[in-house]
Design a protein around this ligand. Structure first.
Ligand code: TXA
Ligand code: MG
Length: 342
């Protein structure tokens, strides 16, 4: 930890675990350090970084003003998977915020992350520690796959608990809005604030002309190498459709990946050997436990990249609660390819 803090204070990059995904950290107040993050990830320079802090008072040193509602959310959810945006002051270099006059801040709920932030001086800029466009890392091994030879240190904290990135709430517009859905849901936020908030219209991607306020949401993300399609509809129809798509793919000589919850995978395990041998089955958590789906999502997408599959079919999930965050990631991974089963 001492070495990690020292490296960050010298302007070097250190990858570290958080409760959501692994972050690629650098001193947020050092513009040369921030630039190294963009270079290591191959990230477009207009895509701003999240500044991670380890205590509540730290935010006052880098923002102009903290609205009361933001204070309430910090009290309710920090440390935790919630990021909030504010108008920044001159302490935060433009390199960290992709040229914006606002800054996104979060306090992660992970002992290693908090210790590292403190050891490094209190302000760590960190995007997810993947190469730009690849699934976010949920294991230190994933960071190593993408970053080996590019950064001096990875702090290994094992598999992360949540598995998808934090919810981003914007406090710099006319209305409080969610820029990226995550584990902290709209309903949870509305309950604390005792009022309705909006979801940025660009979030679900249904309007191609809507310009997302979180620049990162406009880039193609998380895409596996094989063509991924989501199968949507009522439970029985999805079962029939996924089975027939799998059979058809194998009949055409393709290797076919299936992403589904443990319960649904059973349908594929018992297929005739002539079909079964052309399938690669990956378990995506449990049917009655959305958190387990979120935890495995990126790991499964990365595993498919190591398999020689041509096509992947995935079950889709209810677009509410944590499911909204899961679907937001899955739809992007699938490049919006959705097959209606009904
Ligand atoms: O859970 C997380 O948030 C993880 C861990 C490491 O903390 N970090 C993460 O960072 O997901 P990244 O860089 O992969 O995603 C940050 C997102 C991007 O979509 C970016 O455009 C948006 O946050 N963002 C950052 N600063 C912003 C700002 N000032 N205004 C609007 N969006 C901002
Ligand atoms: Mg990312």
């Amino acid at each position: 930890m001492e070495l990690a803090g020292h490296l960050a204070q010298q302007g070097e990059l250190v990858a570290f675990p958080t409760e959501t995904v692994y972050g690629l950290g650098a001193d947020a107040l050092n513009k040369e350090a921030s630039k190294k993050i963009y270079a290591a990830k191959g990230r477009p320079s207009d895509n701003p970084l999240i500044v991670h802090v380890a205590d509540f008072d730290a935010i006052h040193k880098i923002v102009k003003e903290v609205p009361q509602d933001a204070e309430k959310l910090a009290k309710a959810f920090w440390p935790g998977p919630l990021t909030m945006t504010f108008f920044k002051n001159d302490q935060v270099p433009d390199e960290t915020t992709g040229g914006l006059n606002t800054v996104a801040i979060r306090m992660p709920n992970h002992k290693v992350a908090l210790e590292f932030i403190r050891a490094a001086g209190g302000y760590i800029a960190a995007p997810s520690a993947n190469t730009s466009g690849r699934p976010s890392p949920t294991l230190a091994e994933h960071v190593y796959e993408d970053m080996k030879g590019k950064i001096p240190m990875i702090l290994d904290g094992g598999q992360v608990g949540i598995g998808i990135e934090s919810t981003i709430v914007d406090f710099t517009g006319d209305e409080i809005s969610i820029l990226r859905p995550g584990y902290i849901t709209k309903e949870m936020i509305e309950k604390v604030l005792d009022k309705k908030i909006i979801i940025d219209p660009a979030v679900d991607g249904s309007d191609p002309n809507a310009k997302p306020k979180a620049p990162g949401m406009k880039y193609r993300h998380y895409a596996p190498k094989a063509s991924l399609s989501l199968v949507e509809g009522s439970s029985d129809a999805v079962r029939e459709k996924m089975l027939s798509l799998a059979k058809e793919a194998v009949a055409n000589g393709q290797r076919c990946g299936i992403m589904a919850t443990k319960e649904r995978l059973k349908d594929f395990e018992n297929l005739d050997e002539s079909i079964r041998k052309g399938l690669v089955l990956k378990e995506l958590g449990h049917e009655d436990d959305e958190a387990s789906v979120a935890r495995e999502l990126y790991l499964v997408l990365r595993e498919f990249d190591k398999e020689e599959v041509h096509v992947i079919y995935s079950e889709s999930f209810a677009d509410e609660g944590v499911g909204k965050a899961i679907m937001n990631r899955l739809i992007r991974a699938a490049g919006h390819q959705v097959i209606k089963a009904d």
